[in-house]
Design a protein around this ligand. Structure first.
Ligand code: PXL
Length: 261
C-alpha cells in the first residue's frame, strides 16, 4: 500500500487541515499519516484560537514516522513558525524526499492570516526549493510575489516568477479569481511550460478546506505513481467532485464531502 504523510495543523471541526488531508487519503486508498504542527480552535464560522506545537516535538513526530514508515508522498500545510519550518526542511533534506506538495497557508477561506512577514520569507527561501509543487491561490500568490493578479496573464507571470525563483513547480488556483465567469481555472507552471486546468465553477458556498483537500489529493496521486501534470489534473477532478456532492454542514462556510467513490 502506498503511504502519504500530512504535516499540517488540526481543524477540530473536521473540514480543513489534517482532518481533511486524512479523509482525502482514505478516499484515494493510500495509508495516511499525520504530523501535527499546530492545534486550532475553529469551525465553519472561523478560527478562534491557535496553539503551535513546539518545534522539538514536531521533530520528534517526524522522526517517529520516518524511522518506521517512509511516506511515498507528503503534503505540507500550516507551519506556525520558522522553527517548525526548519524541522520540516531538515527532515525532507535528510531523506532526499520526492513527491512533496506544499500548500502555502497564509490565510484561510475564513480569512484569518496564519503567517508573519518573516515566516513567509523563510518559507519561500528555505522550503519552496525542496518542494515538488507549491499550490498558492490567487490572494496567496499576490502576497508571495508582491504583485496584483487580475488576469490570466498575470497568473502565468506569477507562476513563472515563483517557479523560476525557487526551482519548484507552481499551481496557482483560480478559485478566488472571477475574471473567467463560471469557471475555476488553475494555472500550472511545470518544466518551464504553462498548462491551464479548467473546471466549471460549482455553485456551492461550502468550500472550507478546499486548499487542503487539493494539495493532499495531488500528494496521493504522486505517491500512486502519476506524473505531476496528471497528479494535478486528477487532484482537481477529485476536488470538483467533493464540492459537487453538495454537503451542507455548519452555520458558516461548510466542509466538503470527501467520500466521493
Ligand atoms: O486551508 C488552509 C488551512 C490549513 N490548515 C488549517 C486550517 C486551514 C483553513 O482553515 O484550518 C489547520
Amino acid at each position: 500500500m502506498k503511504t502519504v504523510l500530512t504535516i499540517a495543523g488540526s481543524d477540530p471541526s473536521g473540514g480543513a487541515g489534517i482532518q481533511a488531508d486524512l479523509k482525502t487519503m482514505e478516499a484515494h486508498g493510500v495509508y495516511g499519516m499525520s504530523v501535527i504542527t499546530a492545534l486550532t480552535a475553529q469551525n465553519t464560522m472561523g478560527i478562534s484560537g491557535k496553539l503551535p506545537i513546539p518545534a522539538d516535538f514536531v521533530r520528534a513526530q517526524l522522526r517517529a514516522v520516518y524511522e518506521d514508515i517512509f511516506p511515498d508522498g507528503v503534503k505540507i500545510g500550516m507551519l506556525p513558525d520558522q522553527m517548525v519550518m526548519r524541522a520540516v526542511k531538515d527532515t525532507v533534506l535528510a531523506y532526499e524526499h520526492k513527491n512533496i506538495v506544499l500548500d502555502p497557508v497564509l490565510g484561510s477561506t475564513s480569512g484569518t492570516a496564519f503567517s508573519s512577514y518573516e515566516s513567509r520569507e523563510y518559507l519561500m527561501r528555505e522550503l519552496f526549493p525542496v518542494c515538488t509543487l507549491i499550490t498558492p491561490n490567487v490572494p496567496e500568490a499576490e502576497i508571495l510575489t508582491g504583485r496584483k493578479i487580475n488576469s490570466e496573464t498575470a497568473m502565468e507571470n506569477a507562476a513563472k516568477a515563483l517557479g523560476d525563483a525557487y526551482g519548484c513547480s507552481v499551481l496557482i488556483k483560480g478559485g478566488h479569481f472571477t475574471a473567467n465567469e463560471g469557471f475555476s481555472d488553475d494555472c500550472l507552471y511545470h518544466g518551464g511550460v504553462f498548462e491551464w486546468l479548467s473546471a466549471i465553477r460549482v455553485d456551492n458556498p461550502n468550500t472550507h478546506g478546499t486548499g487542503c483537500t487539493l494539495s493532499s489529493a495531488i500528494a496521493c496521486n504522486l505517491a500512486l505513481g502519476f506524473e505531476l501534470t496528471d497528479a494535478v489534473k486528477r487532484g482537481k477532478e477529485y476536488l470538483t467532485k467533493c464540492i459537487e456532492k453538495g454537503l451542507d454542514l455548519g452555520k458558516g462556510r461548510g466542509p466538503l464531502e470527501h467520500r466521493i467513490f
